[in-house]
Design a protein around this ligand. Structure first.
Ligand code: HEM
Ligand code: SF4
Ligand code: SF4
Length: 422
């Protein structure tokens, strides 16, 4: 009897992979140029050549458990130099897209997220929810585009004059805050399951031995190192460029860093507004009224433009737009023969644009007193923020958790070295 190993390709998997962006993998003839030119791939068992052949063979199990798909930073150097136009960078991106679809629970959300037709149910959920709130509140207030005056910390609707107050039409205490608290808890739960599944899959990774390494770092030490080098400093992201990379490629890492810092600033702003509001309420509830009203006043909205928290929000929005312009320009200018953009790429960039533009638009039209524009733009803003947060673990932005975990795990097992100051 011969010892032939039978490879049983999963043909559906190959089709699925092609559908989410890995459509040129069949062109690969295994020359290995891609693995040689990749600026990040380890010398030992490098990527992405091996992934190309696994994909051609339909070796789904190997690919979905492969930690290397998360180490690639999608610079496209491999695709640029591939002599066959097989787009290995796109294949790794497509594999990550498949991971977003399958890591977290509730596969229906992953399915909706994977193609443009899924946009309708994904947007319909928050659109209906906030539409119902708008309808109920508008009916109670006697106007769907109401104006208010602030009386004893409460918004009172007025027929003449007054100002636009989003918190008057969509009251934070019993519409916005509870919805976002539930959405946030849902997102954390989905990420928790997703990360557990991911770590389970990584368990089968060969435990790489690094010459000279004294002992394996703990996961916490690897995580701190990842935050310091890969997140705050973007060390590998900045390394992920060909030597003769054009300006747009280099700006990609810088643009990404600004966009990430912008998100952090806006999260701090949201934290201050929610924390002072609910903290003040809690202190008052506990009978410490004086301190309670001081704390509430710190984050009271709408804030004047010179308020430090408002200034932080404006700087964050400005940086975010700057970063987004760099990322969008690069995607628009990609040479499609070498690197393509998938639905996942455009969904994320467009959603973030929608969040920033509607946030800035709502602020401007509120100040101008144009209710007919301010309220609908704010409504779209709420829908976009909901879509970003609630579906985060299934979208490309899920990388902010999955990549962090994968990079940390890779450092722990020695697949990549711990970052260090150069
Ligand atoms: C709030 C935090 C973050 C935001 C808003 C963000 C946003 C984005 C966006 C919009 C892209 C797409 C760029 C493009 O299409 O060209 C991207 C790509 C990328 N991000 Fe982030 N990111 C965040 C956090 C992180 C973290 C924590 C890491 C690393 C641990 C990371 C690593 C990457 C990498 C390597 C890419 C390129 C790979 C790809 O396009 O698939 N990001 N990010
Ligand atoms: S993807 Fe391109 S560069 Fe990489 S092994 Fe295949 S043919 Fe060679
Ligand atoms: S896209 Fe860049 S990081 Fe990813 S495999 Fe290709 S060369 Fe390496």
């Amino acid at each position: 009897m011969s010892n032939t190993v039978k490879v049983q390709p999963d043909l559906n998997f190959i089709k699925e992979l092609q559908a989410v962006g890995g459509d040129s993998l069949k062109k690969c003839y295994q020359c290995a140029t891609c693995s040689v030119v990749c600026p990040l791939s380890p010398a030992d068992n490098p990527y992405p050549r091996k992934e190309m052949v696994w994909a051609q063979w339909g070796l789904k199990d190997r690919l979905v458990n492969d930690i290397d798909i998360w180490l690639c930073h999608n610079c496209g150097a491999c695709s640029d130099l591939c002599p066959r136009g097989a787009k290995p960078g796109d294949l790794l991106a497509a594999l990550r897209n498949m991971a977003y679809r399958s890591l977290a629970p509730l596969p229906i959300i992953g399915k909706w997220m994977s193609s443009s037709s899924g946009l309708i149910p994904l947007a319909a959920i928050p659109a209906l929810l906030y539409g119902i709130i708008w309808f109920i509140m508008g009916s109670r207030l006697g106007s769907f585009l109401p104006k208010f005056e602030l009386v004893d910390h409460a918004w009172v609707p007025v027929k003449e004059g007054g100002q636009i107050a989003f918190g008057g039409l969509f009251p934070g205490d019993y519409t916005i805050d509870p919805v976002f608290m539930i959405v946030f808890a849902f997102m954390i739960w989905a990420f928790y399951s997703g990360v557990r599944n991911m770590l389970k899959a990584f368990d089968g990774q060969p435990k790489t031995f690094i010459v000279g390494r004294k002992k394996e770092p703990s996961m916490i030490a690897a995580l701190i190192n990842t935050v310091q080098y890969e997140i705050l400093q973007h060390t590998q992201f900045l390394d992920c460029n060909e030597e003769d990379a054009d300006e747009l490629d280099i700006k990609r890492a810088t643009g990404h860093r600004w966009l990430m810092f912008a998100f952090i600033m806006l999260m701090v702003v949201t934290g201050i507004v929610a924390g002072t509001h609910w903290g003040g309420w809690f202190l008052t509830f506990m009978g410490i009224e004086g301190l309670g009203s001081i704390v509430s006043a710190i984050g009271h909205t709408p804030m004047p433009l010179y308020h430090p928290v408002k200034l932080l929000a404006i700087v964050g929005a400005g940086l975010g737009v700057y970063g987004l312009i760099a990322l969008t320009k690069r995607r628009v200018n990609l040479d499609e023969a070498k690197q393509s953009s998938s639905w996942y790429d455009w969904y994320l960039i467009t959603l973030i644009w929608a969040i920033f533009l509607t946030g800035i638009g709502a602020l401007i039209f509120r100040i101008l007193g144009a209710a007919v524009l301010a309220y609908p733009i704010y409504y779209v803003h709420l829908i976009s923020v909901f879509m970003m947060l609630a579906y985060l673990p299934w979208s490309k932005l899920g990388h902010l958790v999955y990549r962090t975990v994968a990079l940390s795990y890779a450092k722990k097992i020695g697949r990549i070295p711990m970052g260090s100051d150069k």
